[in-house]
Design a protein around this ligand. Structure first.
Ligand SMILES: [Zn+2]
Length: 401
């Protein structure tokens, strides 16, 4: 647990960092961060995930929709962390001396929530809420929106099976970020740029997925922009996926921030009314519902499976599964995610990303995440009830009666 808090301290320091130059992907991206950058250098996040990731297990059977007990205060609806535990059949406990609660089963801690921390841990994976938990009336509260759009579907995807795509994904559009006049983020010292690395990872991923029977299309297969105008360029990438009637859309990027920051981030679109990760205020777009919001639950499943696979196989620092209104995601008419594979602003990580071996590892991790997403959908599909074949004698005996 001490390691958890050390990690938490490091990560919350890193949270203050203003997001990425890679936000070239953004144009109409998430709310501008209001936090001031820290005056002191940011310590490097730990190299390993805070807790070992468990083996993936098949989702539990659905137990039908139920209403959550909510309490309204400070102008919002909240749910008691103890009620979340009760619903899951688990146990909630305070962490000694901290404004934090855990939810555990017989095998140990499954969730950790802390007052004023936008991120929480689920089975060792770092996930961001729209709003930080609030401590009041001797308990910890999460907003209803965060519970129904993130916490509950993460823990019980089976409860939300009716809201997930019925068909398994076959056609995927990969979107290598930037290109042509837009290099994305660059590490000039190491002569690396985002547009080339993103294309290389996309081509490697295409090869892996095709060998596993997927149909794969790319928004660009060489070094070119789709439009000279960034907003149009981003819109054209989603339009391409929509025209191809893609079952999935995955935009591939590399990131930049202060030199000390490194690791992996995965994004999907925030639900309507949910704040983008790291922002503290609503803006004009918070209240809007975009075409991609029809896939909120599939986006969460896709994003969290990609994130789990990347953290587990790359052994990279966990920068979190986040939500942001990236321009390239808004109009996608299928489940969609955006991955930031590494920080080119961190020389050690950029050097790694500069090797074909590491980019192959990234592509394999992404392929694993996509396969796991598909496997979960398959596990949740209603099974057709096949009538039992009558066996020789007993069947004949019945027929005679
Ligand atoms: Zn980018």
């Amino acid at each position: 647990m001490a390691r958890y808090y050390f990690t938490r301290w490091l990560l919350s320091s890193a949270l203050l960092v203003v997001l990425s130059a890679c936000a070239g992907a953004q144009q109409t991206g998430p709310t501008v961060r209001t936090e001031a950058p820290p005056a002191t250098p940011i310590p490097a996040p730990p190299l390993t995930a805070p807790a070992p990731l468990p083996v993936r297990v098949a989702p539990t059977r659905p137990d039908g929709p139920k209403l959550w007990p909510t309490t309204s205060f400070r102008g919002a609806d909240f749910i008691d962390v103890r009620d979340i535990a009760k619903r899951f059949g688990l146990k909630a406990d305070w962490v000694k001396g901290k404004p934090a609660m855990t939810i555990s089963d017989k095998n140990g801690v499954r969730f950790t929530f802390e007052e004023k921390q936008h991120d929480f841990y689920f089975d060792g994976l770092r996930i961001f809420l729209g709003e930080a938990p609030v401590q009041e009336k001797d308990t910890l509260w999460l907003t209803k929106l965060d519970v129904i759009k993130t916490v509950a579907p993460l823990f019980r995807p089976a409860d939300h099976a009716a809201l997930l795509p019925a068909a398994l994904p076959k056609v995927i559009v990969l979107d290598p970020g930037h290109g042509g006049i837009d290099p994305g983020t660059e590490n000039k010292k190491l002569k690396l740029n985002e547009k080339s690395l993103a294309l290389d990872v996309s081509l490697r991923l295409k090869k892996i997925l095709e060998s596993r029977g997927w149909q794969v299309l790319l928004t660009r297969t060489d070094d070119r922009e789709l439009s000279k105008y960034k907003t149009v360029d981003l819109q054209m990438r989603a339009d391409f996926a929509n025209k191809q009637k893609a079952d999935l859309f995955l935009s591939i990027h590399f990131n930049a921030a202060d030199e000390a920051v490194r690791g992996v981030e995965v994004y999907s679109l925030p639900a309507q009314f949910m704040l983008s990760s790291g922002s503290t205020k609503e803006d004009d777009r918070t209240k809007q519902s975009y075409p991609n919001n029809r896939f909120d639950y599939a986006n969460l499943l896709l994003g969290s499976e990609l994130h789990r696979a990347m953290i587990s196989s790359l052994k990279a620092s966990d920068r979190g599964y986040k939500r942001a209104r990236w321009g390239v995601l808004l109009q996608a008419e299928c489940p969609a995610a955006l991955v930031e594979c590494a920080y080119l602003s961190n020389d050690a990580e950029a050097r790694r990303a500069g090797t074909p071996e590491y980019r192959q590892k990234i592509a394999e991790a992404l392929a694993t995440g996509l396969q796991n997403y598909s496997a979960t959908l398959e596990a949740l599909r209603p099974k057709p009830t096949v009538p039992a074949e009558p066996t020789g004698t007993s069947g004949a005996a019945k027929a005679k009666k």
